[in-house]
Design a protein. Structure first.
Length: 358
């Protein structure tokens, strides 16, 4: 049994689906179902007894302790977070609450649980913290990519809160010996991505004839990784990572935001041409840049490649094509998110939190 937090979000739900496609080991999935949590992502597991969904907050000490005592997981995989940079600029409090205080609560509960395990279980236990490359700040055009030894320099309330959580995780290993692992990954894209983030937003807007808003000059560079490759990296780190270590995860795919939008438009032009015959590129507009917008992120993923033998299976070209096709095939999912209908899933299906099945 593993305990996943935030498993109804974008990466967490992809991870749970991938995990159960490859293992019979059950998953307890603790998620608060904020606006970013969507149980429609896990609809295929509704009758699967290997998936136990629990609606709750990682900051709820009693709930977390009772889940650990009841399910006795061999690992905690911590995805739950407030994750959107723009939201962190306008409302940083939730980021401090979940990303810092919530991670602290989870660590405290994990430490207590781990301390009480038998020696063999103690050695095998892992606390895997899923984090971001944004903790390293912004790179200049010619700077080398972020490695595991790059100094932290977070620039947004989001990245600062993730940096704080990374430090707490590190300290629980060095101070108490908790077998922690941390992954710092670049920008993910793929199925079930909430359409407030660049790639799903552009696809969704393009298809309904809305403008495609690009921040500033669109020359902000990000490294992009297909979400399935991130999930595979997390499984590999869980399996073979060395406790106390951090691993950078990236796709060696540095792209300027505007170039990403151009690629999306070109694929959509080929797969689903606009009814007016125009290229989707004509819908691109430039809007005022985000304050403090980091110019460039790039990941040096050589450590995980060398030490754990992980490599991405998708190139940017194959991954982005798959992603666009997924959004074309799942427009009802997007409409459900945009209308807010997905949030009523709980009320429609269950009346009580504790009666939620897998
Ligand atoms: P997301 O916003 O899509 O999902 C977050 C999930 O956490 C949601 O299901 C939400 O309901 C849940 N959640 C939020 N607060 C909670 C709380 N207090 N208790 C329990 N559940 C709570 O995020 P994502 O994009 O899937 O990111 C998952 C993790 O990966 C985050 O920690 C993020 O920092 C990290 N990460 C994301 C990316 C990316 O490109 N999206 C890249 C690198 C790392």
């Amino acid at each position: 049994m593993i305990l996943v937090t935030g498993g109804a979000g974008f990466i967490g739900s992809n991870f749970v689906l991938d995990w159960l496609a490859q293992h019979d080991e059950p998953v307890v999935n603790l998620d608060k179902l904020t606006y970013a949590g969507n149980l429609n992502n896990l609809r295929s597991l509704q009758d699967d007894a290997r998936h136990v969904f629990v609606h709750g907050d990682i900051g709820d000490t009693d709930l977390v302790a009772s889940l650990l005592a009841a399910h006795r997981p061999r690992a905690i995989l911590h995805f739950a977070a407030e994750s959107h940079v723009d939201r962190s600029i306008h409302g940083p409090a939730a980021f401090v609450e979940t990303n810092i205080n919530g991670t602290f609560t989870l660590l405290q509960a994990a430490l207590k649980y781990w301390s009480g395990l038998e020696e063999a279980e103690k050695t095998a236990f892992r606390f895997l913290h899923v984090s971001t490359d944004e903790v390293y700040g912004s790179l200049g055009k010619d700077d080398p990519p972020f490695s595991e030894t790059t100094a932290y320099a977070p620039n947004s309330p989001y990245s600062a809160s993730k940096a704080a959580s990374d430090h707490l995780v590190r300290s629980y290993h060095h101070t108490y010996g908790l077998p922690t692992l941390t992954t710092n990954c670049s920008n993910n894209y793929g199925p079930y991505h909430f359409p407030e983030k660049l790639i799903p937003l552009m696809i969704a807007n393009a298809l309904v004839g809305k403008s495609l808003p690009v921040y500033g000059d669109g020359q902000q560079v990000r490294d992009w990784l297909y979400v399935g490759d991130h999930c595979a990296a997390i499984r590999r780190v869980l399996e073979a990572g060395k406790p106390g270590e951090t691993y950078n995860v990236g796709g060696w795919n540095e792209k300027a935001n505007l170039d990403v939008v151009h690629v999306l438009c070109d694929i959509l032009d080929a797969l689903s041409p606009a009814s007016n015959g125009n290229s989707y590129r004509t819908q691109i507009t430039h809007v005022t840049d985000r304050p403090g917008h980091d110019r460039r992120y790039a990941i040096d993923a050589r450590k995980i490649e060398r030490e754990l033998g992980w490599k991405p299976a998708e190139t940017f070209e194959t991954g982005i094509r798959k992603t666009v096709q997924w959004y074309l095939d799942n427009q009802a999912w997007v409409r459900d998110v945009q209308s807010g209908d997905y949030m009523h899933w709980l009320e429609r299906n269950y009346n009580q939190r504790d009666s939620l099945p897998g």
